[in-house]
Design a protein around this ligand. Structure first.
Ligand SMILES: [Zn+2]
Length: 65
């Protein structure tokens, strides 16, 4: 879902729906504002990750900002 207030976010936000490690759907964002740098935590396996880190493979400069 998009909200007009989020238009200034340059990064396409894709909220995960399941844990990339164990595929459990029992995940929760660590913060209320979800963006590419939001950390997610899996309640099933305890892993923490963020979407930005998972997608960094294509680019060498991971500190673009
Ligand atoms: Zn997991």
């Amino acid at each position: 879902m998009k909200t007009p207030d989020d238009r200034d976010e340059p990064v396409a936000v894709v909220a995960p729906t399941s844990c990339p490690f164990c595929t459990s759907p029992q995940i929760a964002a660590a913060t209320e504002k979800v963006d590419a740098f939001t950390y997610w935590r899996c309640k099933a396996c305890g892993q923490m990750w963020n979407v930005g880190r998972l997608r960094v493979n294509n680019r060498r400069g991971y500190r673009e900002r």
